[in-house]
Design a protein around this ligand. Structure first.
Ligand SMILES: *Cc1c(COP(=O)(O)O)cnc(C)c1O
Length: 428
């Protein structure tokens, strides 16, 4: 134990920061045990899926060109289908990111004259352009697909009355975002999503229910596809890539819908038959294998931070005791200095680029300066420990990830160290 204290000291964590963190960690023992249990379950689920689909060394072979009969790719898609308990899946390095995966799922399954409904309020920022909520080149709106949205009630729950009224003969697809992303609403549990899907299906069983599963995979023992979702969609540089996938996205769901996604991703007629995996398969398999424990580490980090900063008097979302449905944590510092010190601490704890100092800057697409901390192996990877904060009221920082619990812990201790060092926080 003494040696651990010594290395924390060498790395720049003062004794009372470490002691404060240690106290909080002790109080979280039971919570962490529950997280480990979910990780254990999900780990077995992934192993079982790999065994059932006979994953072999040949799956890691390099495939180039058209990629006909790419064994690694085809088997991985079966593994994903098994993990999510769906008929089929599309898992590809040609899917550039989560937004692209969502865009494929929508545009593959909607036709001119159809209506898309979001019954859970405003979708993730980048989807505004996909849908055409903000006019955008190539949006669904440009192809004659209309959009309707029902906002959440004050308390963050679904407005079932208005959802019923919003569903009409044109309603073809319902999109539900599991994680709050960077909004202030709560994230939804898989159970809540299941209730919403059942409600929609009772009105019209033909409506396709799609769930934006980004940041949610492996947080619970079940996934939205276990409670009626026709498609679940996400990014491999978040949870299911386990930090190892260097690129990629997935869509898992009903076979006819996934086939349509294949035709949209590559070409009508070709579909899932083409698209060589170019040597990334080992990282996809290994990342998926690690994902349950990686997500557990990130979750522990989020809960640790919530409890540390809540104890120090800051507003945190979710709060220290709430159940978790994604890996994102928000902390409201109320001052630019707080946000900046926090991000500097996260950066200083990174394995990569720890020596650089993040500064707020005018990032394209944002209406205020933004500071970002990321020292990641995969550029922009948000399953790795990362934080960002817009420099505007309420001066909140959003952070997520951490490939291992010890790293997440160090990052949060270092953020606190910087806040103490700058005189923003005084420890009790
Ligand atoms: C990250 C995210 C997306 C978009 O994924 P990118 O990989 O950034 O394109 C969509 N929805 C939610 C909820 C997300 O968290």
């Amino acid at each position: 134990m003494l040696e651990i204290e010594a290395i924390y000291r060498q790395i720049g964590i003062r004794q009372n920061v470490l002691a404060f963190g240690g106290q909080i960690e002790k109080e979280l023992k039971e919570r962490f045990e529950q997280i480990d249990q979910i990780a254990e379950y999900n780990q077995l689920k992934v192993i079982q899926a790999m065994q059932k689909n006979r994953v072999s060394e040949g799956c890691f072979n390099y495939a180039s060109g058209y990629g006909y009969d790419d064994q690694g790719r085809d088997t991985l898609e079966e593994v994903y289908a098994s993990v999510f308990h769906t008929e089929s899946a599309l898992v590809r390095p040609q899917i550039a990111c989560g937004t692209h995966a969502l865009s494929i799922a929508l545009s593959a399954n909607l036709r001119p004259g159809d209506e898309l409904l979001s019954p859970a309020g405003k979708p993730y920022d980048t989807l505004e352009e996909v849908i055409g909520i903000r006019p955008s080149c190539g949006s669904l709106a440009e192809y004659g697909i209309s959009y309707r949205q029902v906002d959440l009630l004050e308390d963050g729950t679904f407005d079932y009355d208005r959802i019923r009224k919003a569903i009409g003969p044109k309603t073809k697809l319902v999109t539900i975002q599991r994680s709050k992303g960077y909004q202030t609403r709560p994230s939804f549990s898989v159970k809540q999503i299941g209730e919403l899907i059942a409600f929609v299906k009772e009105i019209n069983p033909d409506i396709i229910c799609m769930v934006d599963n980004c940041y949610g995979e492996f947080v619970e023992a079940i996934e939205p596809s276990d409670v009626g979702a026709d498609m679940v969609v996400g990014s491999l540089i978040k949870n299911p890539g386990g930090g190892l996938a260097p690129i990629g996205g997935y869509i898992a769901g009903r076979k006819d819908l996934i086939d349509a996604c294949g035709y949209r991703l590559t070409s009508p007629g070709l579909g899932k038959e083409v698209g060589a995996s170019l040597g990334v398969m080992q990282s996809f398999y290994q990342g998926l294998f690690l994902a349950p424990t990686v997500v557990a580490g990130a979750l522990k980090g989020a809960i640790f931070a919530a409890n540390i900063y809540e104890r120090l008097g800051y507003a945190v979302v979710p709060n220290g005791t709430e159940s978790r449905h994604d890996i994102i944590q928000a902390v409201e510092f109320g001052t630019p200095e707080g946000v900046i010190a926090f991000c500097k601490g996260i950066q200083a704890a990174a394995p990569v680029d720890s020596y650089v100092t993040p500064e707020p800057w005018a990032m394209p697409g944002y209406d205020s300066d933004v500071i970002m901390a990321a020292g990641a192996f995969v550029q922009g990877s948000s399953i790795e420990l990362s934080a960002d904060g817009p420099i505007k009221p309420p001066y909140a920082v959003y952070f997520q990830g951490g490939l291992t619990w010890p790293h997440a812990k160090l990052g949060i201790l270092m953020s606190l160290e910087y806040l103490v060092r700058d005189g923003i926080v005084t420890l009790p």
